[in-house]
Design a protein. Structure first.
Length: 764
């Protein structure tokens, strides 16, 4: 019902939007002013703040004096909208949606921050006004909720993944209950076996063989029943726990793929691999083994205590004497273990990071003879991991023997008190024997429960690291009602390739990269982006691809803001050829067909022919079925680039991005790649960034950028006649090329010195 209301509200939001108004962020507000559960919605657009609560919509036009403040207390989050004079509105919500609320506050502040394009000074957090670090959008104060130490309660969030298997879990619980009850039968049968068979036999009474047979059959039957029920229970719950862990792993990876590039820029590869791989395995082991043991231990303690009190309450009280001391120790040690295991996870992530850095870059490591340096990095990370584990083991090594000592003392007290009661005739020897059997199991389970404390804290630390990924919200959000792209449905947009930028701006943290930029690119036009390094060329391309969202203005494709398209649908119409093409481990054909896995072999070959890659592919041992090494290490740079061009050709994009596609190859290879690019750009809107300006002469227009602004636009000849920014860039590159050519000519004209004297060149 709650989801149904949310869908209705989202549909209602679309009717409230004005022309050219786009939703930047939204928050499902789930509490009303009386802190009762009620569906609501808070939406931030590029023009207004809209809120639905109590069955009605309210709107506020964005003004520079508005502030959206965030706070939380006792599990309830609060957002307050203020202007310069008064409180305008207040919303309450549960902390389950707090990450989305923090993101809404951040984006609200970014859209209202005054920006001076002439200077890049350190900024403030729009929410709490704390200073932000350079090139960072994250406020340590506002994000403190996301960086809290792990709590055991985080394991309860796994119920989201366990819910589909609730009936199997219920069956496992009933089997656990039955098997635990079966294990408690043998000690109870020892009472008649001692008091009615063995002790009377010592007094000269004959043994009743029939009774002994029934008692022994009961012992055997209960053992077999406990074994069979335990086997089925363990098998069933192990299957469920593996599926929960698999679902968790899949969900985390799917969510990770949906996050924007800025998230990956702030994370280490090894750390992410460790989270999705090792942490989910740890949770699987916890659920399949330790959680099951813990539940069994709890049941055993409860049922054993019940039996003990039913037999003799005073002896039962003496048995439970160590419990308060053990509980106090667990409470004391738990916090140290919780923070300790989180540190271990972070340090282990650093070990994995060194491996993830070194192994893919082994060619560079060996080329610069840095094996010892990388070995030193690994040794340092490994030693840090060892030191953290040693500190934690010091605490744990004291805790476990202390629990064992307390249980042994408790057993000694029971022996003493039991013997005293037997001497007074208050209990029989059979009762004392049964008590000791139950107590042995009781204390064994108690010791087992204390050992589970460390495993539980490890699982909680791992679960927190995974939920940190799941709680992160992409800075490139999907629209609530996306515009359909390229289909025959009414209202669908056919992408022709016209790109219009209206007053766009973008900031990396506090550093303004793009400022108040306007540009229109016509369908089928080839645009060359030129400018000094750091002028914003690559950032502009990233904004067009929607790897990031603009912080000001809008980018429209064929009259529609790209933020209104579903991200995947929009990017299917964009082809990207990078300076360093990335190839996956697999065959040549699989790499070419990466954007269209369903492509036929004929289509793959046609794309390779157009990319001038067919000939060298046929020279490979297995042709199109030849395996490419990791990152394409088995191919030359030019060959990798032509496969990348074939990959872009196969998806037939309407918009093509060429980012320094020929900058890292020799002249002969560049000519081959240029022929392939000529086939690729035909009939497509093309945006090309090139290191060598001479390669952009075929562009219809050149866009000259400087410090995030467009300073000149026009064809090559026209810009040369103006003798402005482009002319200066061209002349500087021409002089550099001539200088390099002179150096090559001079070195070619000099006689080659003998190798034996190469270290001692002649003077003059």
């Amino acid at each position: 019902m709650q989801e149904h209301h949310t869908v209705d509200i989202s549909l209602g939001l679309q009717t409230q939007l004005l022309a050219h108004e786009n939703v930047v962020a939204s928050l499902s507000v789930d509490l009303d002013t009386q802190l009762r559960f009620a569906p609501g919605l808070l939406a931030l657009t590029n023009q207004r703040l809209l809120a639905f609560q109590g069955g009605a919509w309210q709107t506020w036009a964005l003004t520079p004096d508005m502030v959206l403040r965030h706070s939380d207390h006792a599990g309830v989050g609060t957002l307050e909208l203020h202007d310069a004079r008064t409180l305008l509105a207040r919303w309450r919500y549960t902390l389950a949606v707090d990450p989305q609320a923090l993101r809404l506050v951040k984006l609200f502040g970014q859209r209202l921050l005054p920006q001076d394009p002439s200077q890049d000074e350190p900024g403030q957090c729009p929410n709490c006004h704390a200073p932000l670090p350079a090139d960072s959008e994250e406020c340590a104060v506002c994000n403190r909720e996301l960086n809290s130490p792990p709590s055991t309660w985080v394991l309860l969030r796994l119920w989201r993944f366990a819910k589909p298997y609730q009936f199997q879990l219920l069956g496992g619980f009933l089997l656990m209950l039955a098997s635990t009850a079966a294990t408690l039968v043998p000690p109870y049968l020892t009472i008649p076996l001692m008091d009615e068979v063995l002790i009377p036999f010592q007094s000269g009474k004959q043994i009743d063989v029939g009774q002994v047979k029934w008692l022994l059959a009961g012992l055997l039957g209960s053992a077999l029943l406990a074994w069979s029920l335990g086997w089925v229970r363990t098998w069933l719950l192990a299957l469920v726990s593996e599926r929960i862990a698999a679902d968790l792993r899949t969900t985390a990876f799917d969510h990770l793929l949906g996050l924007s590039l800025d998230y990956f820029g702030a994370k280490r590869t090894g750390d992410l691999i460790s989270r999705i791989g090792s942490e989910t395995d740890r949770i699987s082991v916890f659920l399949s083994l330790h959680a099951l043991d813990f539940a069994t231990d709890v049941l055993m303690l409860v049922m054993t205590s019940t039996i003990l009190f039913s037999v003799n309450p005073w002896l039962a009280l003496v048995t439970l004497l160590p419990l308060p001391f053990i509980a106090w120790m667990i409470h004391t040690v738990r916090d140290r273990l919780r923070t300790g295991f989180e540190k271990i996870d972070r340090v282990w992530g650093e070990v994995t990071n060194v491996l993830a850095d070194t192994i893919p870059g082994i060619r560079v490591v060996k080329a610069f003879a840095q094996e010892r340096r990388e070995a030193g990095r690994f040794h340092a990370a490994n030693q840090a991991n060892l030191a953290v584990n040693d500190r934690l083991n010091k605490t744990w090594s004291l805790f476990t023997p202390t629990v064992s000592l307390l249980t042994d003392i408790g057993l000694l007290v029971v022996w003493a008190f039991g013997i005293w009661q037997v001497s007074k005739g208050q209990i029989t020897v059979g009762v004392l024997t049964a008590f000791l059997a139950y107590i042995g199991r009781f204390y064994t389970r108690l010791d087992s429960m204390s050992r589970i404390v460390s495993v539980t804290q490890k699982a909680a630390a791992g679960a927190k690291r995974i939920f940190d990924i799941l709680d992160h919200v992409s800075n490139v959000p999907e629209p609530t009602q996306p515009v359909v792209v390229g289909s025959g449905m009414p209202g669908a947009v056919q992408v022709r390739g016209q790109i219009e930028m209206k007053g766009i701006g973008f900031r990396y943290g506090n550093r303004s990269v793009i400022r108040d930029m306007d540009l229109v690119i016509r369908p089928g036009e080839m645009i060359g982006l030129v400018g000094h390094s750091g002028s914003g060329k690559s950032t502009l391309v990233n904004l067009i691809c929607r790897f990031y969202d603009v912080t000001d203005g809008s980018i429209q494709v064929d009259g529609t803001d790209i933020r209104r398209f579903a991200v995947a649908d929009y990017r299917r119409h964009i082809g990207l050829v990078l300076q360093e093409p990335f190839l996956f481990f697999g065959t040549i054909a699989e790499n070419i067909a990466y954007g269209r896995p369903d492509a036929t072999r004929a289509e793959i070959v046609a794309a390779a022919r157009a990319a001038h890659a067919h000939e060298f592919i046929l020279r490979l041992p297995q042709g199109y079925d030849s395996l490419v090494g990791e990152r394409g290490q088995g191919l030359s740079g030019g060959e990798r680039q032509r496969i990348s061009i074939a990959r872009a050709l196969l998806i037939d994009p309407r918009i093509l991005i060429l980012d320094e596609a020929t900058s890292s190859v020799d002249t002969e290879t560049e000519n081959e790649i240029q022929k392939a690019l000529d086939n690729l750009v035909k009939g497509r809107t093309t945006i090309a960034i090139a290191h060598r300006l001479s390669t952009l002469r075929k562009a219809d227009r050149l866009v000259v950028m400087d410090r995030g602004r467009v300073v000149e636009v026009g064809p090559h000849e026209e810009l040369m006649e103006r003798q402005g920014a482009y002319w200066r860039l061209y002349q500087a590159q021409l002089r550099r090329t001539e200088s390099e050519d002179d150096g090559l000519s001079l070195s070619a004209s000099l006689p080659m010195a003998p190798i034996a004297h190469s270290a001692h060149p002649a003077g003059g």
